[in-house]
Design a protein around this ligand. Structure first.
Ligand SMILES: [Fe+2]
Ligand SMILES: [Fe+2]
Length: 211
């Protein structure tokens, strides 16, 4: 194992108790995988992007159950939603700082990682390539099988409704930073459609167990 991988593993282990606290098991892992993939495609060093991906959402663990799910509540006000988004970012920065300092991650890199986490959900536009790549990875979660299913469940939406919404989002200005993320998102959607059709076919083919 090379030095960096070993260090990323330590960050991963330290963050694990705080991960995936919003009925989104797999979020941290999937975002980190997309982050690694995007770094390769975009020829970007991963020392900022990967730790930021691992740590970006650990702040949710510090919020109440009600706060964690307010974003999926159609009756919630814009102010309420913004409030929890800011709160999870702030709490995330605190926890990430502790973890990275304990592991003696380089200080100048900690600063950049925390800057990304501090506004990963609320910043308009992108302030650096690292910021863009990490936030692309976070958004790609919604196109993954597990992420798409979690969102459909939490938002109580139909597959086609959600699919059409996400298809449009790919082309929206400032949604994705990189062309690589747009291509990955399109590929993921093709897969989701294929899976959906296969599952629907399977359901139709179930016969009554009567001879
Ligand atoms: Fe977040
Ligand atoms: Fe996230």
């Amino acid at each position: 194992m090379n030095f960096k991988k070993e260090l990323y593993q330590k960050i991963w282990d330290a963050a694990l108790p705080y991960q995936d606290k919003r009925d989104d098991v797999g979020h941290a892992e999937i975002v980190t995988k997309f982050a690694t993939k995007l770094c390769k495609l975009e020829k970007e060093a991963d020392d900022i992007v990967v730790p930021a991906a691992i740590l970006h959402d650990i702040g949710w663990s510090q919020l109440s159950e009600e706060e964690k799910f307010i974003i999926f509540n159609s009756n919630a006000t814009k102010e309420e939603m913004l409030h929890v988004r800011i709160r999870h970012q702030k709490e995330g920065v605190k926890l990430a700082k502790e973890i990275l300092e304990k592991l003696e991650y380089p200080l100048d890199q900690i600063k950049k990682i925390l800057e990304i986490i501090s506004q990963h959900d609320t910043r308009k536009g992108f302030f650096s390539k690292e910021d863009g790549v990490m936030r692309d990875a976070d958004k790609l979660w919604r196109f993954s099988k597990i992420g798409l299913e979690a969102d459909i469940r939490r938002r109580e939406m139909k597959f086609h409704e959600y699919y059409n919404r996400m298809e449009k989002r790919i082309e929206e200005e400032n949604f994705f930073y990189s062309e690589s993320a747009k291509s990955l998102a399109r590929e993921e959607l093709v897969e989701r459609q294929r899976e959906y059709e296969a599952e629907t076919r399977e359901k139709r083919e179930i016969k009554l167990p009567i001879k």
